[in-house]
Every structure is written in structure tokens, then in C-alpha cells.
Design a protein around this ligand. Structure first.
Ligand code: DGL
Length: 268
């Protein structure tokens, strides 16, 4: 394989409302080292968790109309539960010749693994409200007690934390405390991280948790699915210094730019 052919390989686009999708990007890079990546953060719309469904759906479809035209990616990883549970099927219907890899709450694996039968799903208020999420519970977790915990502030707190602005333990504990259920001698043993921002706080969650639980992060499973859909080209190599980030505000702050640099992403 010549360098020229390698450079012709289309990139993979990873999308999120903010910087949470980086938790998926880092896994995707491990499994797809030969691909160039474009990271798109709709920071002008962040946080998605509070949006009404119809306007958010329209916003996401409009954005993708442009993104697909501009970057013509090989595949798109929608690394955002709030976006994909709302607009995943509309995206696939609107752009049928494109490959979308979605992110949905990992309710099925949680239901398969729990021993106590008590599972919590920690997500944005948007994801908690979705019919998609209710359907997942009905289809795959009928035998479990699933508690849905919609967090108003965690995505924002995760952004601040990963930018190096610190995190207030009491504030974070207040957000995760409802995940812990103790009933009839049984306790929650799995908390599904159903927002891609939350794995950045996993160590803080572990430290503050009233008892140890499995914090289920679906990033690796999403990356594996992406790898299945984007076959490896023999001998292909990552195009040098290709990867870059796009922020819809056009104006991310200094600490966000520094974070992107840390992830090896140029600012577009
Ligand atoms: N990272 C997004 C998710 O996975 C949501 C964050 C937000 O915009 O509220 O749901």
C-alpha cells in the first residue's frame, strides 16, 4: 500500500454535543489506528440534555446535512446518547447511504450481568425521557428493577473536570446518590453510564460511591461495532497529522483547545 492510497482513505467522524464523545474517540482510535478522525462538538447547542425533542432533532438533522457534505466520512459515530436515542433512526432514514454507529444506554449488557437484579441508568434528562430508553428496558431488562436517574448537571460538571477546573465532591455525590438502591437486602450492583461525558468522572464516582458497583461504560463496545462496519484495509496507515476537531460555536475556550491538543486533535 502506498502512502497516497492511505491518504485517500475516508475519515471517521465522531459527533457529540460537547467533549464527552472523546471517551469514545479514544477507544475507536485503539481499534481503528489506520483511520483519520474528525471530532465534531456541537458546543453551540450544549447541553443537549435540556432540549425539547423536536427542535433538537431538527438541529441534529440540519447539522448532519452540512457535516456529511463537507467531510464525506466513511462512517459516523454518534457518540451521544441524548442525540442518538432521539435522532438515530431519522439520521439513518435521511442519509441512507451513510453508515451510522449509535450510542444507546447499555441496558442489555447491564441486565445480563447484574446479580442483584437492581440496575441504575445515569443519563441526561433527555435520554431518561426517551421512548427509546423505555423500549430498551422493556425489551431487555424485564426481569430487573431499573432505576432511571436523569442528571441535570453532570455533563457540565464532567466538562469542567476534564478541562482541569476541578469538581465539587458534594455536587457530584448529589447527582449520583439516587443511583444507589438498597431494598429487601439487595443493592444496586451496576450503574450504566448512559452519557458519554460521564466516564471522565468514573474515578470520582468510584471514590464517592456508597458501595462498590460496576460503572458500565459502553465506549469499547461502540468502537468494536465501528470496527466491524469499517473494515481494515491491509497495509493502511494513519494519515499523518490528520485528526482535527470542529466546534460549532467556532470559538472554544483556551482550556478546551488545550484538551483537544492533548487528544492529538488540531482545531479546524
Ligand atoms: N454526551 C451526551 C450524551 O451521551 C450528552 C451531554 C449533553 O449534551 O447534555 O448523552
Amino acid at each position: 500500500m502506498t502512502a497516497g492510497m492511505t491518504h485517500d482513505m475516508k475519515p471517521v467522524l465522531v459527533f457529540d454535543s460537547g467533549i464527552g464523545g472523546l471517551t469514545v474517540l479514544r477507544e475507536a482510535r485503539v481499534l481503528m489506528p489506520e483511520r483519520g478522525f474528525i471530532y465534531v462538538a456541537d458546543d453551540a447547542g450544549f447541553p443537549y440534555g435540556d432540549w425539547e425533542e423536536q427542535p433538537l432533532k431538527e438541529r441534529i438533522l440540519d447539522l448532519f446535512e452540512n457535516l456529511l457534505k463537507t467531510y464525506d466520512p466513511e462512517a459516523v459515530i454518534v457518540a451521544c446518547n441524548t442525540a442518538f436515542t432521539l435522532a438515530g433512526s431519522d439520521l439513518r432514514a435521511a442519509f441512507p447511504d451513510r453508515r451510522f454507529i449509535g450510542t444507546v444506554p447499555a441496558i442489555k449488557p447491564a441486565a445480563e450481568r447484574t446479580r442483584s437484579g437492581l440496575v441504575s441508568v445515569l443519563a441526561t434528562p433527555g435520554t431518561v425521557k426517551r421512548a427509546y430508553t423505555r423500549d430498551l428496558i422493556q425489551s431487555f431488562a424485564g426481569q430487573c428493577h431499573v432505576r432511571l436517574v436523569g442528571s441535570q448537571n453532570l455533563a457540565r460538571l464532567a466538562e469542567a473536570y476534564i478541562r482541569g477546573e476541578g469538581a465539587d465532591d458534594a455536587e457530584i455525590l448529589a447527582e449520583i446518590a439516587p443511583c444507589f438502591v438498597d431494598r429487601d437486602g439487595r443493592r444496586t450492583d451496576i450503574v450504566v453510564l448512559a452519557c458519554t461525558h460521564y466516564p471522565f468522572l468514573a474515578n470520582v464516582f468510584r471514590r464517592l460511591a456508597p458501595w462498590p458497583v460496576d460503572w458500565l461504560d459502553p465506549a469499547e463496545a461502540i468502537a468494536r461495532q465501528a470496527r466491524r462496519l469499517v473494515p481494515l484495509t491491509e497495509g493502511a496507515e494513519h494519515p499523518e497529522a490528520f485528526d482535527f476537531a470542529v466546534f460549532t460555536s467556532g470559538n472554544p475556550d483556551f482550556s478546551t483547545r488545550r484538551l483537544m491538543q492533548g487528544f492529538g486533535l488540531r482545531m479546524a
